[in-house]
Design a binder for this molecule. Sequence first.
Ligand code: ZN
Length: 180
Amino acid sequence: MDQPITLTPLLCLNCQAAIPAQIDERAWVCGQCGQGMALDQQRGLIPIQVYYSANVPVSEPGKPYWVTEGQVTLRRETYRSNSQSAREAEQFWGQPRRFFIPAYELPLDAMLSQAVKLLAQQPTLQAGPAARFEPVILAAEDIQPTAEFVVMAIEAARKDMLKNVDFQVKLGAPALWILP
Ligand SMILES: [Zn+2]
């Protein structure tokens, strides 16, 4: 017999208030105490840091992004040597970079191009008061593969006939930022 799908109600880690979670959502802020939480595949509900950009307008919900510091080490191999691109790559990844992974619903290609754009821009983050935001549908465990895809996209876009790129992306603990 068909059973209706029942969801275990999520309770705030801090104050035990019920969290009205929708089925495809992956992170929340408690409406009662403001605690940030994410659903982790292995560990269940875990606390997370949530920050709100001072630039989120009151009129519209903000957009959630997973933001994390990343250290990228890479080795590129090209069909033709182009020291210019190699230098650019070396310089770009020579310092830790902040990754911004869109966590709200948008098509995959738009999500990736937004992540690539923000990684290049490295916008300054200034925290402000709490604001409404769109549902978080990208799980925290998808941050790493998405960040790796972003690195790949950036390297493939350099004008030097990339043959092979070998890289490692070490990410810090992610926080959720609500941006305009
Ligand atoms: Zn709470």
